[in-house]
Design a protein around this ligand. Sequence first.
Ligand code: GZL
Length: 326
Amino acid sequence: MGKRSLAAIAATLMTAAALAGCAGDDGGDAGGGSGKLVLGFSQVGAESGWRTANTKSIQDSAAASGVDLKFVDAQGKQENQIKAIRSFITQRVDVIAFSPVVESGWDTVLKEAKDADIPVILTDRAIDSPDTSLYKTFIGSDFVLEGKKAGEWLVKEYEGKNDPVNIVELQGTPGAAPANDRKTGFADVIKADPKFKVIASQTGQFTRTDGKQVMETFLKAHPDIDVLYAHNDDMGLGAIEAIEAAGKKPGTDIKIITVDAVKDGMTALAAGKINYIVECSPLLGPQLMDLAKKVNNGEQVEQRVLTEETTFTPEQAKQVLPERKY
Ligand code: GZL
């Protein structure tokens, strides 16, 4: 059991005593005295290849590091994540971690965790609360930088050309940090040159299905699309199906930039159907387990832990695909 304030320990013991009186059990921590660190994790859902790889990384790392993982899939709903966090508090897990499906609306439930003296770790996505005392650390990518990298590739690709460049954008889940920030980073770079015009921008919910459907509407409304910027590979892959069904060549007639670098995206990149991918690593499991142990022991940790990631061209994708973990 990690270091907790004396008041919280007293409250826990009194609750345990009360529960023991009525329920006959010790009402103790979720781990039932197994001695293992008990980590409650609320995952966004299973919307994309990235998410599947992220879940695998967390589950595999928990097993490898002897952490008792209570894993809950929120199916993309914030209310399910809030419910899961409240359940973790009731179970008195040692540490709570979650990937916030959207940036806002977390202060109340995170205050409840703080009052229960249970440390919280944010993974993958950030929240917009100004109260950074509500969580011990945030481990994840810099999504604004990812958007900037996508924009910088486009600027280079069209260097020296003056014709208008018509861009359509498939945004991630409305309100999600990666959707907000990848849009901002990309727009910040391309605004330097008026030839770049975002002629349509709409959410594809980070899924292939929605990415395909929205791209179909873009193609019907805009016969002159030059570039697609998709906030993740899955929407880009769905869009490729729509582009091919419309008789156009993805990667040639319409240049495509995506973010994530999951295996299916990298395969399309190697085949020239995508032109550039900005990596967003889902392999947060090992660092999360390390951070969970540290905060459980009351150790100081960095407020912000940035994940390492790069970018890929088709040539680079061909080289790394054979040993790609996800
Ligand atoms: C990014 C992550 C995003 C991925 C999508 O860290 O939150 O959510 O880019 C996933 O593929 O659905």
